[in-house]
Design a protein around this ligand. Structure first.
Ligand code: CU
Length: 151
């Protein structure tokens, strides 16, 4: 009986472990999309679904922020975490330019959130999206570019 309870508790703990670790590291939710280095700066991307986005942005509902969209087409929240060559989180002005499989462009600024920069985006169409990031940090402009396939 005691053993069964212990196993139950352990599996609960291990199941939540990765989630808690992610929180502790300051990188909350979602699925990791990409990690890259630009000029010594680290770029790490996560994509959140709408439920995760709303959970992460709890308490910010009434605010007007860059990167927030009321469009009914919004399906996700794209977040980039940028660190300087020493590994510290940086702040700056960060924007995304996304070209969808249908050729439609989404241009958005981002909001600072949880050490990252996020924006509401639409990944409604299946296919390959081209994502460009422009980051203005400490007088420098850093550019990153990658593709993301929505299946
Ligand atoms: Cu956000």
């Amino acid at each position: 009986m005691k053993k069964a309870i212990l196993i139950g508790v352990m599996s609960m703990v291990f199941g939540l472990g990765s989630v808690l670790a992610a929180f502790a590291a300051g990188h909350a939710m979602g699925q990791m999309l990409r990690q890259s280095t630009v000029d010594g700066y680290g770029f790490m991307y996560h994509v959140l679904d709408v439920t995760e986005r709303n959970a992460m942005m709890k308490g910010m509902e009434g605010m007007e922020m860059p990167g927030m969209s009321k469009s009914p087409d919004i399906t996700n929240h794209l977040v980039v975490y940028i660190t300087d060559p020493g590994g510290k989180s940086v702040s700056g002005e960060i924007g995304f330019m996304i070209t969808g499989p249908d050729g439609k462009e989404q241009k958005t600024l981002t909001m600072g959130m949880n050490n990252g920069y996020g924006a509401d985006v639409s990944f409604k169409e299946k296919g390959i999206y081209k994502i460009k990031t422009k980051a203005k940090i400490a007088g420098k402009t850093l550019l990153d570019e990658f593709s993301y396939e929505v299946k």
